[in-house]
Design a protein around this ligand. Structure first.
Ligand code: SAH
Ligand code: SF4
Ligand code: F3S
Length: 473
């Protein structure tokens, strides 16, 4: 497929706009007021960013947005398939909506995103959730206006999980972003890595990079609109540009972003260790807007398990990367993801993960118990260790990491750090929350006028998950 067909064309967008206008007219004829839509998002930042596009399309179709499911005329569940638990939560939430449908038969219920991109899940929704009206996968996202139009004009339920695995690059849909100083900026879509446990490459299609000029234009707009903390998004940002000869690589893109004038911070996620380069860390160190923070998922500390996971690096290489990164940026914060209980993992191999934690001393971790995903390579591997045993490993892992996180955070007490204030604290003793350049959560006392501003804060206390302090006059 040629590039031109990958990027959404003007004609395709215009057609969706036409459908959007028709939907608008239908609701005008049917309702004496503006229709309301409620979007619920599960999963990762990619899904959050997709929901921002969905909200953009909803505005085009004349909807108002609400967080109250009971007031909505249209419910949208943008779903995640990464683990069984995530899927069960979605089914639980969708199950609830049958009540709303009884109260309001005109309610339209829509399930989209990563879950229904798997045919067996789309089938399950078809069979077991008859009150769900529209089902579409990640590849059909941009066709949402057409699908809604069809549901409103035809008697049938609408299913669209088509789309080839290449996937498209969505340009021209205006996202509606959340409030606050932080914004997501997608730089690429999809994943080529096929880690043996992971469903993402199956539900998100192949890696495809957005045009750097388009990314830079969007970045400038975000800065002009007042966003101060911009996260470049992709499943594996380190392979940005590798699909195109005429694009810069990720380090090059970071540098271009850094050259955009304005007072803002740049972050990115997620970085795959196999594609992380020394040049990336050197670029991070040199570019003053790029935060000294990296999420570098290691997954486990055993070379054998890493091989079985198809991660394509070993512990030695990972440690070399971390050491070099810290040499370039002594103040770097490093976070990671760990899976415990991968099929065939032994107690001994699990202990190697604990050793890795002690060696690296991550600032914090996202930890998961392995979840079998239908269709992945690991799903057919023997998995003899019991769930209870895995839970015990998981608890030990948390204990170790909590101690390390607590110790690392305690190092900040007495220091003055730069904090971008981003919202209101839920801690009754504090007023505001913010983030350091290393993305540490800080609770602060101070007036709401500081939201969106950068302040110098003295850290007076710390916990496992946060820092506490006061704004310096
Ligand atoms: N692209 C990112 C990760 C995206 S998914 C990367 O490779 O770094 C986020 C995390 O979910 C993964 O890093 C992994 O730790 C976890 N995960 C993915 N599939 C899983 C599964 N089947 N069971 C448990 N955890 C899983
Ligand atoms: Fe999944 Fe691996 Fe791709 Fe991350 S890099 S999304 S873990 S397949
Ligand atoms: Fe989940 Fe899809 Fe993200 S499976 S983690 S929402 S890419």
């Amino acid at each position: 497929m040629s590039r031109e067909q990958i990027v959404l064309t003007r004609e395709e967008l215009d057609l969706q706009q036409e459908y959007a206008q028709r939907v608008r007219q239908i609701y005008r004829d049917r309702l004496p007021r503006q229709p309301l839509a409620c979007v619920t998002t599960f999963g990762c930042q990619q899904n959050e960013a997709d929901s921002e596009l969905i909200r953009g399309m909803l505005i085009d179709m004349g909807f108002g947005l609400t967080d109250d499911e009971r007031r909505a005329d249209l419910l949208i569940f943008n779903t995640c398939a990464i683990r069984e638990h995530a899927e069960m939560r979605v089914f639980g939430n969708v199950g609830q909506t049958s009540h709303y449908k009884k109260e309001n038969p005109d309610l339209v219920i829509c399930v989209c995103g990563c879950m229904p991109q798997q045919p067996q899940v789309a089938d399950k929704i078809k069979q077991s959730y008859p009150y769900v009206d529209i089902v579409f996968g990640t590849h059909a996202l941009w066709q949402f206006p057409r699908l809604l139009y069809r549901r409103l004009t035809e008697k049938k339920r609408v299913f669209d999980i088509s789309g080839d695995q290449q996937g498209r690059i969505l340009e021209g849909i205006r996202p509606v972003r959340k409030e606050g100083p932080a914004a997501w900026l997608s730089i690429m879509y999809g994943c080529n890595n096929f880690c043996s446990y992971c469903i993402v490459p199956y539900v998100r299609g192949r890696e495809r990079s957005r045009d750097p000029q388009v990314i830079l234009r969007e970045l400038k707009e975000l800065v002009d609109e007042g966003y101060r903390d911009i996260t470049l998004l992709g499943q594996n940002v380190n392979s940005y540009g590798l699909d195109r000869e005429d694009y810069p690589d990720f380090a090059g893109l970071l540098e271009l972003c850094n050259n955009v004038p304005g007072d803002f911070r740049i972050r990115f996620m997620t970085s795959h260790p196999k594609d992380a380069t020394p040049r990336l860390f050197e670029t991070m160190a040199r570019c003053e807007k790029v935060c000294h923070a990296i999420h570098l998922p290691v997954q486990c500390g055993s070379d054998r398990v890493l091989r079985e996971m198809n991660r394509r690096y070993d512990v030695k290489r990972y440690l070399e990367l971390v050491d070099y990164a810290r040499k370039c940026m002594p103040d770097l914060t490093i976070t990671s993801d760990i899976i415990v209980g991968f099929p065939g993992e032994t107690e001994e191999e699990f202990r190697e993960t604990l050793e890795l934690l002690e060696r690296v001393r991550f600032d914090s971790l996202f930890t998961f118990i392995y979840s079998r995903r239908e269709g992945t390579r690991a799903a057919s591997m023997p998995d003899p260790v019991s769930r209870q045993e895995k839970q015990r490993w998981f608890d030990r892992l948390l204990q170790v990491q909590n101690r390390i996180s607590r110790e690392k955070n305690a190092e900040y007490v007495g220091r003055t750090v730069e904090v971008l204030v981003d919202g209101v604290s839920e801690d009754p003793d504090f007023d505001l929350t913010g983030r350091t350049r290393g993305f540490k959560l800080v609770h602060l006392r101070g007036g709401r006028e500081l939201i969106g501003r950068t302040v110098e804060a003295e850290i007076t206390r710390s916990s496992t998950v946060a820092l506490f302090g006061k704004v310096k006059a």
